[in-house]
Structures are given as structure tokens and as C-alpha cells.
Write a protein that binds this ligand. Structure first.
Ligand SMILES: C[S@@+](CC[C@H](N)C(=O)[O-])C[C@H]1O[C@@H](n2cnc3c(N)ncnc32)[C@H](O)[C@@H]1O
Length: 472
């Protein structure tokens, strides 16, 4: 049985977002015209040598052919896979047996008793990476470990400075970054006594080393973990030199990593034809720029999967506050358990770009509109009527248009009043970012993130305005 949807439809041509680089092999010719070109060419040659070494190692270990159609080279996204032969849509271009994907079983069992509390899979793999790093040249993975991005080359927001994070203060990613950092700190404090107990295995591991290892694991293995069952989730291979690690993300690609449970292999099937030398990319997932930035450290200039997380709460001064809260919770509307384990009164919703302002299309999530209808009630009678209506229908609360038009408009205006300040904040932040001509990778990422979220918020606002006008 295969996990992951098979390629939805095959296309004969898929435009890639950036010009394609040639495949790795012609790059070994050194250019004598410019020293920069010569340095780049020699880096490419070195990459090719290391990649070939790695491919033959992997092949030997797997005992089967991994890929006869791909080679590793450099692209605008760093290392990448290129077609070394003509590829047809539907060809299996990469096939890696589970047995060469090392598992988190490599987590040293002797440190287990020293853990303050259990830690997640990514933290376990980060520990495996730290142990290999400590081995230095004695590690079987030394070549690849030395090629891993350094901390200052990674752009996940957990590595952004306070000033850099200010650029995205208006985005929910700002808070999510702090939450993620707090989670990593918690994982590290659970691991620390164990790591300190084995200085010969790990050396002196500081929080920043662990954070770096954690980010390396999550940005490289995540695409694998999407498809591969948990016992096989990522591996040392995935960390620093697994062939999948060379695949870059194209949100418009229909090729994804598949997991064939019956044959115990992970594979990639081409979603279209590729000419020799073309870069081969896959879709890591239907990820928004927020997810890409937090977990992988990059953004797309235009991301169709962009979305915005919205937090809603009933106003404290509302005399019906407690009753509304209970009513919402009894009807299973999204409830949040905060970091300290308490039931938060807040609810979180995700909105995506609303394609049409005319009322057609996805609109605003029904659950969010229902939430606002409940919040807009001003009497116990109204709330009772909503409960009765829910019981008489499918049990879901406030899913129907309110019979009182003014109240229906009020409910949707409540949402508008939530979105408008967010739009203003995003707008203002973007103006500041655009006022500077100085280019910085992180500033560009902040812009991509804010622009995508602004697009989503504006589309939602237009939809709501139109809806309210229509009812009027
Ligand atoms: C699995 S690795 C892919 C190989 C990577 N290019 C390398 O040199 O190691 C994932 C990383 O590649 C980069 N990347 C992948 N797809 C990208 C894209 N569409 N735009 C920008 N960077 C991308 C990001 O840095 C990401 O964290």
C-alpha cells in the first residue's frame, strides 16, 4: 500500500520558478576567466565528487539501484537533483529502500534513563546527529556533516535576531517562533543531564548547538516524515546526505515523496517529462510560507497555499461570556490548550485566500462564522434559539444564516473588525520593509510572508464586505 496521493495529474510541461541550472557534470570544466567563476566551478567539482561517492555508498548499502536518472548539482536553491537522462512523466526516478533510511532507533539507548522526560522524534534525531558530529572525521557521515548548512546559513525564524523578528511582528509566525523556541528549550532541558553524562559521546553541547541540530533535522527530514510511517521517520541519512535531501521544493509540482509499504521503499515518480539537465523538484507538502519559514527556512515569492491563523476570543466584559464559552466548547468548536496545559478561552482558525468576492468559492471557514454568530448574541434567548436550531438539524451550532439580519451582519462585521487591524499592520510593516533598498535574504522572506498573508486577509475582507452588503 502506498501512502500519499499518487500524482494527481500528469503534465507535459511545468514551468519552474527560476532558470534551470545545467546538470552537475559539465560544470567541472574550470573557467579561467574570473576567479569567482573558477571558485564556483571548483566547488561544483567537489560537490560532484562527494555526491558520486555518496551515491555509490548508498547504492552499495541498498543493494538496489537508487536512481539511474538523476545527478546532484548546484542550483539557486543550493544543492539539487538534475535529470541525467531524459525522464518521462510516470517514471520512477528515485527509489530508496527503508533499510538504508536509518531510523530513530539509533538514539543511544544508554542515555534513555538520564532523560528528565521523554522527548520527540526530531530531538532524538538531533541527538544522533550531535553524536556523529562529535566523532568528526571518524564518523561514517563526516563528508556530509561537514557540508551541512552552518547556523548562520539557516534562515528558520528561530535563528532570527530580535530586530529581524520585528519585521514579522504583525504575522502569527512571530509568536509561533517564540513558541517553537520555547519547545526546543524544553526538549533540551530534558536531554541536557543525559548529554552531560556522556561527555565522550557528545562533548559540551550548548543550547545553540542543539537548536542547530534540531533545525537541520526538521528541515531535512520533514519531507520524508510526511510520507514515511513513524518508525521510519527520517534518519541520519535524512539529516546529512540522504538522496532525498537534495530535492528542493516546488509548490506547483505534483511529484511528492511516496511510501510503498508493501515493498518497503520510498520513491518519487516524475510528474512530467524532464529534459536532460533540468532540475527535478518535488512538492514537500501544501505548505504556506509561514510553515516553510518556520520549519524549512525559506519562502516562495508567491505561494498559493498561504494562509493566516486567526485567534478569536469572546470579550471579557460580555455578561454572557461564560455561557457563550461553554456553549462553544460543548459544540466542539476549536478549543485551545495552552502551553501550561490549561484550556484557553481562545479559539484558533485558519483562513485561506478567498477566491471570489461574489459569495462563490470557499468563503470564510464555516466554523469561524458560526463562532462569530454565537459571540454576537446579546441575550440568553438568542443563545437558546441557536442551541435548539442545532439540535433540530445536524447538531452543529450556528451554521445557518441568522434570521435576524442585523445580527448576521453584526457577526460578520465582528470578523471584519478583527481582520482590518491585521491588514493595516501588515501594510505598515510592508511599507517599512519596502522603504529600504538594501537587500537581505531575511528581509525578502519577511516580505514574501507578509505579502502572502496580506493577500489572504484582503480577500477575506472583500468577501465579508460583499456578504454584508448583499444582506443589507
Ligand atoms: C531538503 S534540503 C534541499 C537541498 C538543499 N538545496 C541543499 O543544498 O542542501 C531543503 C532546503 O533547500 C532549500 N530549498 C528547497 N526548496 C527551496 C525553494 N523552493 N526556494 C528556496 N530554497 C529552497 C531550503 O534552504 C531548504 O531548507
Amino acid at each position: 500500500m502506498r501512502f500519499g496521493s499518487r500524482i494527481a495529474h500528469l503534465r507535459s510541461h511545468l514551468p519552474l520558478p527560476f532558470p534551470l541550472s545545467p546538470p552537475s557534470y559539465p560544470r567541472c570544466k574550470l573557467s579561467h576567466s574570473a576567479s569567482a567563476a573558477s571558485a564556483a566551478a571548483s566547488k561544483d567539482c567537489q560537490l560532484k565528487e562527494e555526491s558520486n561517492e555518496f551515491l555509490s555508498w548508498l547504492q552499495k548499502k541498498a543493494g538496489v539501484e537508487i536512481s539511474s536518472m538523476l545527478s546532484i548539482g548546484n542550483s539557486v536553491y543550493g544543492r539539487s537533483l538534475f535529470a541525467s537522462k531524459y525522464i518521462r512523466a510516470g517514471d520512477c526516478i528515485l527509489k530508496v529502500p527503508y533499510n538504508v533510511q536509518m531510523t530513530s532507533d539509533r538514539f543511544p539507548s544508554e542515555i534513555e534513563p538520564f532523560l528528565v522526560h521523554d522527548v520527540g522524534n526530531i530531538s532524538r534525531l538531533a541527538v544522533v546527529l550531535l553524536a556523529e558530529q562529535k566523532l568528526g572525521q571518524n564518523s561514517g557521515w563526516a563528508t556530509y556533516i561537514s557540508n551541512l548548512p552552518r547556523k548562520d546559513e539557516m534562515h528558520n525564524t528561530i535563528f532570527w535576531s530580535k530586530d529581524e523578528l520585528e519585521m514579522i511582528r504583525s504575522s502569527p509566525v512571530y509568536q509561533e517562533t517564540f513558541d517553537k523556541k520555547a519547545y526546543i528549550v524544553k526538549e533540551f532541558s530534558a536531554l541536557r543531564p543525559a548529554l552531560e553524562h556522556f561527555p565522550q559521546t557528545f562533548g559540551d553541547v550548548r543550547l545553540e548547538d542543539f537548536m542547530h541540530a534540531y533545525a537541520l533535522v526538521s528541515s531535512n527530514c520533514e519531507l520524508v516524515s510526511l510520507m514515511v510511517p513513524h518508525s521510519y521517520i527520517s534518519s541520519m541519512g535524512d539529516l546529512e546526505g540522504h538522496i532525498f535531501d537534495f530535492l528542493n521544493h516546488d509548490g506547483t509540482s505534483d511529484a511528492i515523496l511516496l511510501s510503498d509499504e508493501d515493498n518497503k521503499i520510498s520513491e518519487v515518480i516524475a510528474d512530467r517529462d524532464y529534459d536532460i539537465g533540468e532540475q527535478v523538484m518535488i512538492r514537500y507538502g501544501k505548505f504556506s510560507n509561514a510553515t516553510l519559514l518556520l520549519d524549512f527556512g525559506f519562502t516562495l515569492p508567491y505561494n498559493t497555499y498561504d494562509q493566516v491563523q486567526i485567534w478569536m476570543d469572546a470579550p471579557f466584559h460580555d455578561p454572557l461570556y461564560q455561557i457563550k464559552l461553554e456553549l462553544l466548547q460543548n459544540h466542539c468548536l476549536p478549543r485551545i490548550v495552552d502551553a501550561s496545559g490549561f484550556n484557553s478561552s481562545k479559539s484558533s482558525f485558519v483562513i485561506k485566500e478567498v477566491k471570489s468576492t461574489s459569495g462563490k468559492g470557499q468563503g470564510i471557514p464555516q466554523a469561524l462564522r458560526a463562532y462569530c454568530r454565537v459571540l454576537s448574541a446579546t441575550s440568553l434567548e438568542e443563545l437558546k434559539a441557536l442551541t435548539v436550531e442545532a439540535a433540530e438539524n445536524d447538531g452543529r451550532l450556528a451554521r445557518r444564516t441568522l434570521t435576524d439580519r442585523d445580527r448576521e451582519i453584526q457577526a460578520h462585521r465582528m470578523l471584519l473588525s478583527q481582520f482590518i487591524p491585521m491588514i493595516e499592520d501588515h501594510d505598515a510593516a510592508l511599507k517599512v520593509l519596502e522603504s529600504s533598498n538594501q537587500f537581505s535574504v531575511r528581509r525578502q522572506m519577511a516580505k514574501d510572508l507578509l505579502k502572502g498573508e496580506l493577500r489572504v486577509l484582503q480577500s477575506a475582507c472583500a468577501w465579508l464586505t460583499n456578504y454584508c452588503e448583499n444582506i443589507c
